[in-house]
Write a protein that binds this ligand. Structure first.
Ligand code: NAP
Length: 494
């Protein structure tokens, strides 16, 4: 395993320079048994000043600024090549640090490489606009980089979420300062090394591990940072939005969710049982789009829930690096304890735990951050367990009478990130999809993602979208140019 960890520098990446962090240290753990994987020396706020200086110089350098799109795209392809060449190591590393199953981390690494390639292609094919004039002049709208982008990432899918921020920001011509989550800096540092070795000009990327309240805060407040892209919890997102408002700085927010999954009475039950279980229990529920509220037509409710409970009990819980594992440990023992508290609260609110609701009894798993996949019924939609994001393997089940009742309950949430519909009737699916307040609706599938398809939340699930062709414009400013063609272009010219 040593080659996996050798790829992780125990240094911070400061705009092309690797140096020892002089901030507080973080003990990064393997959540499958609680052992310390590595002690990371974090950045200090002074490093943010330096990263901004180096980033500003690098993105303003005429060589980068005036580089033709197809040439800049080559840098993104080289990063994708490096990620693909090292995909095995990155996947194992991510599995150690986040606890996730190898099947999942392999997918996340492949998605990261694909993201760099996708934005290389978008960059090469992006058009500038020649707009319609109202006089004898040419009018154009061109896209220019914003400057230095602050990218703040959560712990649940580091390599993929890092790529989703770094790739479009670089493609648009910016410099990026990435702050990984305190629990999961290892993959981001390994990615930084690969990007550095791929030949990206120095200064365009910094990766500064450290506490959100220290390093994250310093990045967001820094006057030299022109935009922040944040993925994380709604409470943190709101705090950052206040700071951005003071600076009049654009900010993109990908936040939390409490997504409804809906099973209509005409659904293919076996397909829906598998889909619902995957939608909530894959990633051990630590997914922003987890389908954590299940609504089942009351006419099939009891039978459906019985089958779902049987399926859930059959899921194999174990370490992420064991090939048979379906439900891996949570990212950290603290996150596991927070989930356990929510389940206790649900019991106090009158809920019935149909399966799970505790840590596994297997002594081999005793030291890990495990929690059994849990289904709770008997709560009303206004219970805390139905309204608050638990971010763990916990599903609440609620019956509904008819479409009106369903839509009222499903939309009764401060969140609006995702939703799922299981039905055999395409017309009902279409009608419901239009009524649900969510950024993404999956019909007869769940948690499938394409980098070409925009992703974002409504209500308190976020502001702005990532991915898709427009993903690059989130990191650009538009500038309008009027190009006069008259000898005497305005009335005072004579
Ligand atoms: P979090 O606590 O909000 O932290 C996210 C990031 O923000 C971390 O890097 C954190 O650093 C940093 N941070 C915390 N306080 C900060 C501050 N005052 N200033 C600047 N940065 C600060 O979220 P999390 O627990 O890591 O992630 C789980 C949440 O992310 C869930 O709510 C989930 O739904 C959401 N999420 C959303 C999406 C989406 O696309 N919508 C995707 C994935 C996850 P530290 O680690 O040091 O605290």
């Amino acid at each position: 395993m040593s080659e996996v960890f050798d790829a992780v520098p125990n240094e911070i990446f400061l705009g092309g320079i690797w140096k020892r962090g002089t901030g507080a240290t973080t003990s990064v753990i393997d959540p499958s048994d609680g052992t310390v994987l590595q002690t990371v020396d974090n950045a200090v706020t002074h490093d943010v000043d330096e990263a901004v200086l180096r980033g500003t110089a690098a993105m303003s350098d005429p060589q980068w600024r005036n580089m033709l799109p197809h040439n800049r795209a080559r840098y993104l392809h080289r990063i994708a090549d490096a990620v693909e060449t090292n995909s095995k190591r990155l996947a194992v590393l991510q599995s150690f640090n986040t606890g996730k199953s190898l099947t999942e981390t392999r997918g996340l690494v492949a998605s990261a490489a694909g993201t760099f390639r996708y934005f290389a292609a978008v960059l090469e094919t992006a058009d500038q606009d020649l707009t319609t004039p109202r006089g004898n002049y040419l009018t154009m709208s061109i896209h220019e980089p914003i400057g230095v982008i602050g990218a703040i990432a959560p712990w649940n899918s580091p390599v993929a979420s890092d790529a989703q921020k770094i790739a479009p920001a670089l493609a648009a011509g910016n410099a990026v300062i990435l702050k990984p989550a305190e629990w999961t800096p290892l993959v981001s540092l390994a990615l930084a090394r690969l990007i550095d070795e791929s030949g990206l000009p120095a200064g365009l990327l910094s990766v500064l591990p450290g506490r959100g309240s220290v390093i994250g805060d310093a990045i967001v407040r820094h006057p030299g940072v022109g935009k922040v892209t944040f993925t994380g919890g709604t409470t943190t997102g709101r705090t950052l939005a206040h700071i951005a408002a003071e600076k009049l700085m654009p900010i993109s927010l990908e936040l939390g969710g409490k997504s409804p999954t809906i099973v209509l009475d005409d659904a293919d039950v076996d397909l829906a049982v598998n889909g619902v279980a995957y939608g909530i229990f894959s990633s051990t529920g630590q997914s922003c789009v987890a389908g954590s509220r299940l609504f089942v037509d009351e006419s099939i409710h009891d039978d459906f829930v019985e089958k779902l409970v049987a399926k859930t009990r059959s899921l194999r819980v174990g370490p992420g690096r064991a090939s048979e594992t379906q439900v891996a440990p949570m990212v950290h023992h603290r996150q596991r304890d927070s989930v356990a508290q929510y389940v206790d609260l649900a019991r106090q609110e009158g809920g019935t735990v149909l399966c799970g609701g505790c840590v596994p009894q297997d002594p081999a798993l005793a030291d890990g951050a495990y929690y059994l996949p849990t289904i709770i019924s008997g709560l009303s939609n206004d219970a805390k367990a139905c309204q608050e994001e638990i971010f763990g393997p916990v599903l609440v089940v609620l019956p509904f009478r008819d479409q009106e009742d369903l839509v009222a309950q499903a939309n009764d949430s401060v969140y609006g990130l995702a939703s799922g519909i299981w039905t055999g009737d395409y017309k009902r699916a279409w009608a419901l999809a239009r009524l649900l307040q969510a950024g993404t609706v999956w019909i007869n599938t769940y948690k499938q993602f394409s980098i070409s398809t925009p992703f974002g939340g409504v209500k308190q699930s976020g502001l702005g979208v990532e991915k898709g062709r427009a993903g690059i414009s989130a990191y650009s400013r538009q500038k309008s140019i009027y190009w006069g063609l008259d000898e005497q272009p305005n009335p005072w010219a004579d």
